[in-house]
Design a protein around this ligand. Structure first.
Ligand code: GLU
Length: 291
């Protein structure tokens, strides 16, 4: 299945270099590599490193080296998100001109206070509290003055306006038997999500959808923890006129404590396993057999 209709399957593995490569990463990369390989397609690696405080160049380098050691290097040069900030700024400028985003001056504490004062807020599908909309109705000229005066701000999607433009949407999930299922989207449940952070001129949701389109990704394989965000990603694709890839969400590799593997699970680190004498084939097998 390929939404583009005419092109080869292109998949990607898109880690954030905030820690060392571990078996959970290897499993996710293997899913993307296998989906591309069995279809004679392309498998790409992308570094999602917009969080300058948590993603470092040494971590990124080590992650790519470990990935290559396992045999899961990218078929093409690795795309590094931090090198594409002007692209994300251009998307935001377009959304701003269409009045689909607005500046938000709230700190996290302001939002929590507002939510407490109003007796609580619904939870978004990703578990976060829905933004109460405090800055949505600020007069644009006042907002411009505050920005000119240097007030820290994020940019939020005006979800109601975005949904009105986006209309009713579905995304295509490829099930285990590769049969496509059309899943209804409910992006409104996320509320006015952040598309540019206070501390970064973009956000995960913006960059991931932009880059999937820019790289011609036809099939997104990723962990099921991101399934809930897919309806929102589909809305952004629709607003921007980007071709929607198909999705195949996979199970997550869990640590001994039953929680998702992370950099805290040192024993599952690829470099640790290598130094303990494991071969790349053994690491590969550990990851692919672990679920
Ligand atoms: N960078 C994200 C992560 O490391 C993955 C994004 C995606 O696959 O859509 O969790």
């Amino acid at each position: 299945m390929c939404s583009y209709g005419w092109c080869m399957i292109t998949t990607r593995f898109a880690p954030s270099p905030t820690g060392a490569l571990h078996l959970g990463h290897v499993y996710a990369a293997w899913q993307a590599w296998r989906a591309a390989g069995t279809a004679g397609g392309r498998y790409l690696v992308r570094l999602e490193d917009i969080d300058g405080a948590r993603c470092t160049a040494p971590l990124a380098l080590a992650l790519l080296q470990d990935l290559a050691w396992v045999g899961l290097a990218s078929d093409q040069p690795v795309r590094v998100q931090s090198a594409h900030m002007p692209d994300y700024a251009a998307v935001l400028a377009g959304l701003r001109a269409r009045r689909l985003i607005y500046p938000c001056f709230c700190s996290r504490a302001d939002i929590m206070r507002e939510i407490a004062a109003s007796g609580g807020a619904p939870h978004a599908p990703d578990g976060g509290a829905v933004y109460p909309g405090t800055c949505r109705s600020i007069d644009p000229s006042q907002a411009a003055d505050r920005i000119a005066a240097g007030a820290p701000h994020a940019w939020r999607l005006h979800m109601q306006a975005a949904c009105a433009e986006g209309g009713k949407l579905t995304y295509t999930e490829l099930g285990r038997d590769h049969r496509p299922l059309e899943i209804p989207c409910n992006p409104a449940a996320f509320g006015d999500v952040v598309l540019a952070r206070r501390d970064a001129p973009c956000s995960y949701h913006l960059c991931v959808t932009h880059d999937d389109a820019a790289q011609g990704i036809t099939l997104v394989t990723r962990g099921e923890d991101l399934r809930a965000a897919t309806g929102l990603h589909r809305l952004l694709q629709q607003l921007m006129g980007w071709v929607a890839p198909d999705y195949a969400h996979h199970r997550l590799l869990l640590g001994a404590d039953g929680a998702r593997l992370s950099k805290r699970d040192g024993a599952a680190g690829v470099a640790v396993l290598r130094e303990a004498g494991a071969t790349a084939a053994e690491v590969w097998r550990m990851a692919s057999c672990a679920v």
